[in-house]
Each structure stands twice: as structure tokens, then as C-alpha cells.
Write a protein that binds this ligand. Structure first.
Ligand SMILES: Cc1ncc(COP(=O)(O)O)c(C=O)c1O
Length: 433
């Protein structure tokens, strides 16, 4: 008998559950309600601890529905995949549903959703596979705006294969990554263009579609880092022109799982290093070892959670994701205006980046204090922020702030509210010299 596993999503604040064979019913999703941050916040148990969680760019908190989906998978009983017994078939079902959920989140094909521990590991894995076809004379184009996870694996793959790295630079005054420079950078020798959909430090959202179009015009592949963009905006991998799109569920309310989305036919053309005994199918051949199946159940719940953030959204899960993420973007941008305006009004604060299109991510220094001192001061006032280079290695080097401890990052995600911003601004104001 075919065993179908389904996830019943919960209302915000409630919990979902795994079961065998029943359809999901989500009547609340058709209620005509707008995005409501108080309702959203009430679905996150961790947010009751009194801290302002402005560290979401490094990893978000998880709603009760995600926590329960993971617990439910373990409670119900899961096995390794590919077995004859129900617990194994439940894991088969979870993996398949996880691929469908990720595909709905980004507009991809479930058969091209590679799952793994995190974006960095998967990018290394893909870089080894792709670089098997590179040699001296070939070129890869990287950007100094990117997180090092979309830089170093390609630099090292180029070194191994004899290929040359060409760099796209950031306009340091604005934080923009001008797309025009790719006209000169991309040539007939280009094999790959790797670029971020959003900077995890400055929030800059480059014109990815323009950049990937230039790559495709010469037959190069594109690897788009969507780790920072995905929690903030509606994503469509085709509109980005992303041959590979990488994202990590722990940045969008899910567990520590990474994923790369690609056309299955493209994945078929890549031969990653793998065990002789493991599956040779796509996308399985890119997934080494035994996967965290319960966490994959949490990924499904996280996508359901995102799809339900605008409860007025209707239609397929993909349609609800798009509508909800549009509502999230509008909400975050409005609140970000308050955050940025407040920081700009403080003479002892220096802000980095003012790109025309950016996520709600601020990066700043405070006169007379190291970024670490600022972060400690804020932590004492129950404000969570990150200090340092945040792996924006090339960018902080180009800005000349890396050796001085880089900067402080305070970013918004959909569960942050005005009180979080007010607490940050009041605490930073105290640091006036
Ligand atoms: C923009 C960006 N890319 C890549 C990564 C690396 O992701 P992971 O931790 O899943 O390897 C991060 C993590 O902070 C990130 O913000």
C-alpha cells in the first residue's frame, strides 16, 4: 500500500503535526486578515524571553509549529529512507514533501532540490563537481559583496583547476554592486558567475537578473546565494536567472538545513564525489550520508509558516508564499525606515551601505567603541546583535574595517516589532561620547 505522509500546518501560535495519509486542511488561511506582527510573535516561544532578537540575519528563532513538526516526526517514528516498513516510508514521504516545500518557497522544481546540512557545505560540494570541467584559461566571476561561503569555495576550486578568478567590486560609498561592470568581467571564457541576491552585511540587493543575463549570454552558469534574501522577499529562481540558488532554512524560521535548487537536467550533468553504494539519482547523488529527516519535517513546517504570515493570502502554497513574503517585505521595510532614521539621527553612529534596494539589515559603528563593546552594551540591555565581519570577508576588507573588528549588525525579520527597534535606538543613544 502506498504510504503518503502529510503535514497539517497550524494556525500561527499553534502547532502542526505529521500523520499518514490525510489531506491538510487550513481553513484559517482564507480568513481576511492582514499581516499582524503580534499574532506572528505569539507563534515564537523564544520571543517571550524579553530580548529584542535583532540577530535574525545570523539565524532566526523557530515557531512552535516547526518545533512540533520536528518533535512529531520523532514521536511518530522515522527510519532511514528506502525501507519496506512504515517508519522508513514516513521518512521517504518527509524528504519528498521537504523538496516540494522548498520548491514552493523559491519557485523551483522539487526534483532539483538538493538538501544538506547548510549552504556552505553544499556550495563546496557543488564547487568540486562543477570545477571538474574547468581548466587553465577558464574564468569564474565572483563579487566582493558576497558572504565568503559564495566566494572561497569558488576561489579554491579555481586554484585547484587552474582557472582564473575575476572580481566584481562594491561601490563603497553606496554599498551597491553595479551590474554594468559585468560587461567587462564576463567573457567567452567565463564558466561561472557567483553572486548574492542580498548582502548579509549591508542588505544590498544587486540586480541579479541583469548579472545572470550577461552570464547566460556567454553560456556561463550562475550560482546565486539566496541565504540572506530568502527570508525578506518573494523569491523566484527563474526571475533571478539562477542556475543554482542556495538558501538555508535556519534563516527563515526553520531548522539547520541548507538547500540548493537547480534544474534537475543541470544536476544530471554533474558528477559529485560520492560512495559507490549510494544513490546515483538526482538530486540524491548530491546528498551524502544519512539526512536529518526530522529536521526536514521542520523545513516543511517553516514553509507553511511563511505561507501563512499573511492569513488573507489564498490559493496554492506557492501563491500564499508569494503573497505572504510580499507582506513581510512591506512590513520590514516600513519598520526599517524607523530603525535607519533613528540611527542616522545619532551623530556618534556611522552607517555602512545605502543601496537603493536592500533588506532591512543595518551595519554600523559607534564612535569611540569597538563593535564588540557595542554588542556587549546592547546584550546587557537585552538587545541581540552581531558584531564582526559576519563572513562578509571581502567587503569588510574593502571597507577597511575588518582589522578594527568590522561593525555591528542589527537586522529585522518578520517577527521584530517597534519595541525591538526602540530598545536598540535607546541603547545606542546611551553610547554618545
Ligand atoms: C548571505 C549568506 N550566505 C551564506 C551563508 C552561509 O550559510 P550556511 O550557514 O547555511 O552555510 C550565510 C550565513 O550567514 C549568509 O548570510
Amino acid at each position: 500500500m502506498a504510504f503518503q505522509t502529510t503535514f497539517a500546518p497550524a494556525r500561527p501560535g499553534g502547532v502542526g503535526s505529521w500523520s499518514g495519509g490525510t489531506a491538510c486542511e487550513t481553513p484559517w488561511q482564507s480568513l481576511p486578515m492582514a499581516f499582524n506582527v503580534d499574532v506572528v510573535r505569539s507563534s515564537y516561544p523564544a520571543l517571550t524571553d524579553g530580548y529584542a532578537y535583532l540577530d535574525g540575519a545570523a539565524g532566526t528563532q523557530t515557531p512552535a509549529s516547526v518545533i512540533e513538526a520536528i518533535a512529531s516526526a520523532y514521536r511518530t517514528g522515522i527510519g532511514n529512507v528506502g525501507g519496506a516498513f512504515p517508519a522508513s516510508k514516513r521518512s521517504d514521504g518527509i524528504v519528498a514533501e521537504c523538496r516540494r516545500a522548498v520548491a514552493d518557497l523559491v519557485g523551483g522544481n522539487p526534483d532539483g532540490v538538493v538538501l544538506g546540512p547548510n549552504m556552505t557545505t553544499l556550495t563546496y560540494r557543488l564547487s568540486y563537481g562543477l570545477a571538474k570541467g574547468w581548466g587553465p584559461g577558464d574564468e569564474v566571476v565572483l563579487s566582493r559583496l558576497d558572504h565568503d561561503a559564495n566566494v572561497r569555495p569558488w576561489v579554491q576550486a579555481a586554484e585547484r583547476s587552474g582557472a582564473t578568478v575575476r572580481w566584481a567590486d562594491v561601490d563603497l560609498a553606496t554599498g551597491e554592486l553595479p551590474a554594468q561592470q559585468y560587461d567587462a568581467l564576463v567573457t567567452e571564457r567565463t564558466k561561472l558567475v557567483a553572486v548574492t541576491a542580498a548582502s548579509n552585511a549591508l542588505g544590498t540587493r544587486p540586480d541579479v537578473a541583469a548579472i545572470t543575463a550577461k552570464a547566460h549570454a556567454v553560456g556561463a552558469l550562475t550560482y546565486v546565494d539566496g541565504v540572506h534574501a530568502t527570508p525578506h522577499v518573494p523569491v523566484d529562481v527563474a526571475a533571478f536567472g539562477a542556475d543554482f540558488y542556495a538558501t538555508s532554512a535556519y534563516k527563515w524560521s526553520g531548522p539547520h538545513v541548507g538547500t540548493v535548487i537547480a534544474d534537475p537536467a543541470l544536476l544530471e550533468s554533474i558528477r559529485p564525489d560520492k560512495l559507490a553504494s549510494s544513490a546515483n539519482d538526482v538530486p540524491d547523488r548530491f546528498e551524502t550520508g544519512t539526512s536529518p529527516f526530522a529536521d526536514f519535517a521542520g523545513v516543511v513546517a517553516a514553509v507553511e509558516h511563511l505561507a501563512g504570515l499573511d492569513p488573507a493570502a489564498a490559493g496554492t502554497r506557492r501563491e500564499r508564499v508569494l503573497a505572504s513574503m510580499a507582506a513581510v517585505e512591506a512590513y520590514e521595510q516600513d519598520l526599517f525606515g524607523t530603525l535607519l532614521g533613528g540611527l542616522e539621527s545619532l551623530p556618534h553612529v556611522t552607517l555602512y551601505g545605502k543601496a537603493a534596494r536592500r533588506t532591512a539589515t543595518s551595519y554600523f559603528t559607534v564612535a569611540g567603541r569597538t563593535p564588540e563593546e557595542v554588542a556587549i552594551h546592547l546584550a546587557e540591555r537585552k538587545v541581540n546583535v552581531w558584531n564582526g565581519h559576519n563572513y562578509a570577508w571581502e567587503l569588510t576588507g574593502a571597507l577597511g574595517i575588518r582589522d578594527a573588528g568590522s561593525a555591528v549588525r542589527a537586522g529585522l525579520v518578520h517577527y521584530n516589532d517597534r519595541s525591538d527597534v526602540d530598545r536598540l535606538l535607546a541603547a545606542v543613544a546611551e553610547l554618545a561620547t
